[in-house]
Structures are given as C-alpha cells and as structure tokens.
Design a protein around this ligand. Structure first.
Ligand code: GDP
Ligand code: IMO
Ligand code: MG
Length: 461
C-alpha cells in the first residue's frame, strides 16, 4: 500500500523549473484524464483568474462544463470557462465544431445573467454543425441499435467527418453567402441520400433555403466574434501573456487513444491543443490533468471498474452524477490506475487536480484498481482495445474510508488521515503529483497541496 509522505513536490514540474530560472511560462493545457466530466470546468475556472485567455481546442456542444460561484451555477457547453472573468478573452479555436444555434443560445443565457460575452472570439476555421449533422448522428445511433455509441446527439461525429472529407462548412462561411451557398449545394445531395438510406424522413434537416437563411442570420449575430484566433493566440504569447487551453471530454474518449469505437470524434488529449488551439508543442509548459476521486462514464463502452451495486448508487446520488448536456445518468465505478497512468503518460501530465474527494466521505472501504486479469494473466498496462477490455476483471487494492464530511476542509492537514492515504496512493499509481484537491463544486472548496501559484501576467491591463 502507498505510504503517506512520499509526495513528489511539483517543483519537479517544468513550470516550476522555469519559474526557478525566471523564464516565461506561456501556456497550460487542462485535460480530462478519464471519460469526461472530471470537473474541468471547475479546474479551468479556478486557474483562469491568472490568465489572459482561455482557449477551447476541440469538441463542441457535447461538452458540459459546470462552474459554481456562491449561489450561482453556470453550465457551459461551447463558451470557454474563462468567460466569467472580465479580463479574459474566451477563444473557441479552429479545432472546435460549432453549432451557431446553440452558441447563440448560450450567449443569450449568459447575457441574461449579466455576463459580458463581447470578448468571446470564434475561429474562422472552426467547423459548423448544421441540422443534417444532428439528424445523421441520431440516425446512425438508431441504426446501431444495441451497439450504439451513446453519443450526445449533437452532430459531433458527422461534423468532424465532413471536416476530414473536406466537404464541411466553416465559421468563415457565415460571413460569405456565396461560399456558403456553393458548399451547401455540393454537400446536400449526399446528405439526403445518406439520411434516406438510414430510413430517416427529415426534410427540414436538408432544406437548402432554410439553412442558408439561418446561416445569414447567424453570421449577422456572430460577425463581431469571428476572428483569426491563431493570430490572437500567437500575439498574446508574443506579448508574454499566459494562456490556458481547456480540453473537453477526456483522454479515454480520444478518437485515436480511447476505447474505439466508444469515443468521441476529436482529440481531447493535450496534443489536441496544438492541432486545435493554434499553439506549438514547445509553447506548452504545463499540462494539468483533471480527475475525480472515482470514475464515471456516460454512454456505451467498456468500464472495467463499474459499480452496479448500492455503493455505486450512493456515489452517483451524492456526486449528482447526471450529464450536464444530456441529463443522462452517468455510470459510476472505482478509480482505475491503469487508464489513469496511460492518460498521465499520453498527455505528459505535469500536475493533477483531484476533484470530488468529498463524495467518498462515509464509504467504509474504497477500492482502487491496480491491475486487470485478462485471459488468466495479470495486466498492468491499459489495453485501449475494446475486445481486451471487455474480457478484463479488476484486481483491487483496498483502502479504509473516512466517515466525516470534508467539504469545509481548506487545509491538507485537516483532511482525515485515510483521505490523505488514498490521495497519496492515487498519486503514486498515476505517476504525477496531485497539487490541487477539490472538496466541493464551488471555487473556494479547493485545497492546495504542494502547489505554487502560476505567475500573474505582467501585461494584463
Ligand atoms: P466537466 O465536464 O469536466 O467540466 O465536469 P462537469 O461539470 O460535467 O461535471 C462535474 C460536476 O461535479 C459538476 O456538477 C461540478 O459542479 C461538480 N464538482 C466539481 N468538483 C467537485 C467537487 O470537488 N465536489 C463535488 N461534490 N462536486 C464537484
Ligand atoms: P465534457 O467536456 C462525458 C461521450 C458521449 C458518448 C461519446 C461520443 O463535459 O467532459 P459524442 O456526442 O461526442 O459523439 O459522443 O462521448 N461524451 C462525453 N462524456 N463528458 C463529455 O464532455 C462528453 N462528450 C461526449 O456520452 O459516449
Ligand atoms: Mg461535463
């Protein structure tokens, strides 16, 4: 069992090496280490106070990021989590798929609550989600029946397909009626044929005139927000500003590295920040991985440590494990060191924020998966193959729980010893330092553990 007191201080992280040398620290990436919903919204919001811009680099309105400030709860889907701070430029990068309809609805919701959205910038190169993408997403899921991915039904996969096929429309087309009309008229016959083949009769999803009218209206409203965000990012970096890149979904939902086909259609991993955010690999100096004290998954796919008993029910209820975007009940399980270590390596994680530790209070014994048994063999490396994962059974280490509530704890020393032991074990198995602990949804319900705050930007007005 892991011992308390063997914390690797984050002075070993690249950020702190640079800090010590007095060098610039341009950019941090915040990445989910599990299947999404790790609390990236809270983490981004917690760290954003110190940065000039927050950039979303992939995904679309399949994401649901929750931020709680006092009595106020904000659920963000496309707008980056930095929007709640007046000094931050929230940027939707070229790697994102944008449904203008939902983006504008989100704008309206924020404005109605007094949030200034005038600073939000959307990349001209981001791809559009149009009504036929949503119809196709739903039709494909229906056709898959019991083998469905369990998508959010937001058209994410079909929009990314069109980007790769070079048949999609981009945000820039919202401002160019001629380009939008010619791209749409080329795309529509194929979409109609596809929907017909899938047995869907939804003329509105491919109504050329209606879609062009929508595009014109969206363009009018979004015009002030559309920009070359790569230039904004590089200009800010050049001026010595600090930027935060906010991942959506999580490493295990990555199109290439997750349990395919039960994944999303983009690259949530830290590397996705380069292809989708407009930053170069060597401009990133910190990768903060976000995880919860247990595991959850929405949608289909293998989940080796899934709990279908009363403990799982209890965690789901206490942790309010209901999807932010779809309202679906999240599947719940014990933490699993195999995909965790895989995610830490794949993302080059330099520090971890562990969320929802409070949810485990009162559970007599906490289990942590340290290996799988697959076909009679002990396996310690996560096999991303769905076939292998479906044959895996978990091998657990057991930790005594703690009975007291911890949501009011603000100092590491005040945490129950068993909670500290569990955190240390997780950290040792993960292979990266856990520098922040969260014990509640609010900004302030955060414990700093061997943490040095990021430098404040010198150039911020
Ligand atoms: P994201 O998609 O990664 O941003 O995560 P979600 O917002 O979808 O889900 C995380 C949920 O947990 C949200 O409702 C948060 O308000 C909540 N949350 C975040 N951190 C904590 C925590 O430490 N304790 C508790 N109880 N809730 C938390
Ligand atoms: P955040 O950013 C959890 C899941 C879906 C489905 C799979 C593919 O809030 O962590 P998609 O609609 O993307 O084609 O669905 O991915 N999924 C998420 N699960 N959190 C998310 O986002 C998710 N976004 C997509 O449930 O299993
Ligand atoms: Mg979420």
């Amino acid at each position: 069992m892991a011992r308390e007191g063997t914390i690797r201080a984050p002075s070993s992280t690249r950020r702190n090496q640079l800090l010590a040398k007095g060098e610039a620290m341009p950019a941090s990436v915040i990445v989910g280490l599990q299947w999404g919903d790790e609390g990236k919204g809270k983490t981004t919001d917690f760290l954003a106070e110190q940065v000039a811009a927050v950039v979303r680099y992939q995904g679309g309105d399949n994401a649901g990021h929750t931020i709680v400030i006092g009595e106020d709860t904000f659920k963000l889907h496309l707008v980056p989590s930095g929007v709640l701070y007046g000094h931050i430029t929230p940027i939707i990068g070229p790697g994102v798929v944008v449904n203008p309809e939902t983006l504008l609805r989100e704008f309206d919701g924020l404005v109605a609550r007094g949030i200034d959205i005038s600073r939000v910038r959307v990349s001209h190169a981001a791809s559009l989600i149009l009504p036929y993408h949503i119809a196709l997403d739903k039709a494909r899921e229906t056709a898959l029946g019991g083998a469905k991915v369990g998508t959010t039904g937001r058209g994410i996969g079909p929009a990314y397909e069109d980007r790769a096929a070079r048949t999609g429309l981009r945000v820039e087309d919202l401002l160019d009626a001629a380009s939008a009309a010619s791209r749409l008229s080329r795309a529509l016959p194929e979409k109609r044929a596809l929907l017909h083949a899938l047995g869907v009769d939804d003329p509105a999803a491919t109504d050329e005139r209606a879609i062009l009218a929508q595009i014109a209206a969206w363009g009018e409203r979004l015009r002030p927000h559309i920009a070359d965000t790569n230039e904004l990012v590089q200009r800010a970096l050049g001026a010595g500003e600090h930027l935060l890149f906010e991942g959506a979904q999580g490493t295990l939902l990555d199109l290439s590295h997750g349990s395919y086909p039960y994944v999303t259609s983009s690259h949530p991993i830290a590397g996705g920040a380069t292809t989708g955010g407009g930053i170069a690999p060597l401009q990133i100096d910190e990768v903060m991985g976000v995880m919860k004290a247990y595991a959850t998954r929405v949608g289909s796919g293998p989940f080796v440590t899934e709990l279908t008993d009363a403990i799982g029910e209890r965690i789901a209820t206490t942790g309010h494990e209901v999807g932010t975007t779809t309202g679906r009940r999240r599947r719940v399980g014990w933490n699993d060191a195999l995909p965790l270590r895989y995610a830490v390596q794949l993302n080059g994680v330099s520090s971890i924020m562990l969320n929802k530790l409070d949810v485990l209070s009162g559970i007599p014994e906490i289990l942590l998966c340290v290996a799988y048994e697959i076909d009679g063999k002990r396996v310690e490396r996560w096999p991303s193959s769905t076939a292998e994962l479906s044959r895996a059974t978990p091998i657990y280490e057991r930790f005594p729980g703690w009975s007291e509530p911890i949501h009011n704890v603000r100092a590491l020393a005040d945490l129950p010893e068993n909670a500290r032991r569990y955190v240390t074990a997780l950290e040792e198995l993960a292979g990266a330092p856990i520098v922040l602990l969260s014990v509640g949804p609010e900004r302030t319900q955060t414990i700093e553990r061997a943490w040095r705050p990021m430098r404040r930007s010198v150039n911020r007005p």
